[in-house]
Design a protein around this ligand. Structure first.
Ligand code: EPU
Length: 335
């Protein structure tokens, strides 16, 4: 287990914030978890990270960051049209999705090009284009920090919700996710209900296949979301708020706001639309700003501090609250 000291975090967070960590360890074999939890580093502050695609460092990290780099994919066919696929926490999510599609293991194509690692997918139940990873996860394998035991969680035990799971709540900080099992399909059915996919599909005039859906989603994402290699960002900075239908109807009298029903009384409204209506889309202040193509994304134009991004986020939250009486919660974790 190699321990690096006083490490620049620029390469370890997709916002490309130049904070530093006292220590950084990369775990490439699961046995190293025992080594880590037997070391002095577990006594100070520590945190497990993947690719840092949902983190904002607002200060230097006074402790030890542990990056999961374990690799490996195994599979087991369980029926004519179903296969269980297990991937280690350190596998890159998009590489894994593409590997599955190449093998004819289908379902994850709507989740194309999401930055991050397999081990982070259950934590915030990543979702896009009509699918959430909870629709596929059958088991989450973890290391229990208190005992050093291996434990397994069923889909139900993960208590998945919109960008939410037990790993962000009651079980936060108590487990290290080591492997995730997904149940995928061996036939070519696809989910193309999402409006943006429908439109692109009609334009191609081709029959939908998992591979085509992957390509369409990748194309939509490339148009809307800035490439983290070029412009630091963490995808959607805010969650889409869920508000009472009645409040939505009142807002609709004044603003051309969209709504996606969640239940008879609740609906989800696009935070991007509220932020755009409030005039923030494309706003720039020094090295931080709101992306020109997607108002949910805050960007680092180069050299920004985490604090500057946080300040901008808070200004936007306050303004949206003042104008529309809607709270838009941050999706990104402030560290
Ligand atoms: N919507 C539907 N059905 C549709 C079209 C849109 O339910 O057919 C809903 C979406 O669920 C969302 C809203 O309408 O509530 C706006 O959709 P839009 O495509 O504009 O996406 P967005 O709100 O900008 C969300 C996710 C993205 C994800 C896209 C595509 C959040 C915070 N963001 O963004 O996730 O890629 O939908 O599904 O939910 C991320 O989490 O970092 C991220 C990029």
């Amino acid at each position: 287990m190699e321990v690096r000291k006083n490490v620049s975090l620029k390469e370890y967070n997709t916002f490309a914030i130049e904070a530093r960590a006292d220590f950084l360890i990369e775990i490439s074999e699961e046995q190293q978890l025992d080594e880590f939890f037997a070391s002095e580093y577990k006594d100070g502050k520590y945190m497990f990270i993947g690719d840092g695609s949902n983190l904002l460092f607002v200060q230097d990290y006074k402790g030890c960051l542990v990056k999961m780099q374990t690799k490996g994919i195994t599979s087991q066919k369980i029926a004519d049209n179903k296969i269980l696929v297990k991937a280690k926490a350190g596998e890159n999510w998009d590489d894994f999705v593409r590997y599955c599609i190449e093998k004819g293991w289908n379902g994850l194509e709507n989740l194309a090009l999401i930055p991050g690692k397999v081990g982070s997918t259950p934590v915030q139940n990543i979702g896009a284009y009509g699918r959430e990873v909870k629709d596929f996860i059958t088991k989450v394998f973890a290391y229990e920090i208190a005992t050093g035991q291996r434990v397994v969680f069923s889909n139900e035990q993960c208590k998945f919700g919109y960008r939410d799971s037990t790993f962000k709540n009651e079980k936060k900080g108590r487990y290290v996710i080591t492997e995730v099992e997904y149940c995928l399909s061996l036939n070519n059915e696809v989910n193309v209900q999402y409006e943006d996919i429908q439109k692109c599909l009609q334009a191609t005039q081709q029959t939908a296949s998992p591979k085509l859906v992957y390509e369409i989603v990748a194309q939509i994402r490339r148009q809307k979301l800035p490439d983290v290699k070029i412009l630091g960002n963490a995808g959607s900075f805010f969650k889409n708020p869920i508000i009472p239908r009645q409040q939505y109807e009142e807002l609709l009298r004044q603003y051309p706001l969209k709504c996606y029903p969640i239940s008879d009384t609740l609906c989800k409204v696009p935070a991007a639309q509220l932020i755009t209506l409030a005039g923030w889309k494309g706003y720039r202040e020094g090295s931080v700003g709101v992306h020109t193509n997607q108002a949910l994304v805050l960007v680092n134009y180069g050299g920004a501090t985490g604090q500057e991004i946080k300040n901008l986020a808070e200004k936007i939250q306050k303004d949206v609250k003042k104008r529309y009486h809607v709270n838009i919660e941050m999706e990104v974790n402030l560290i």
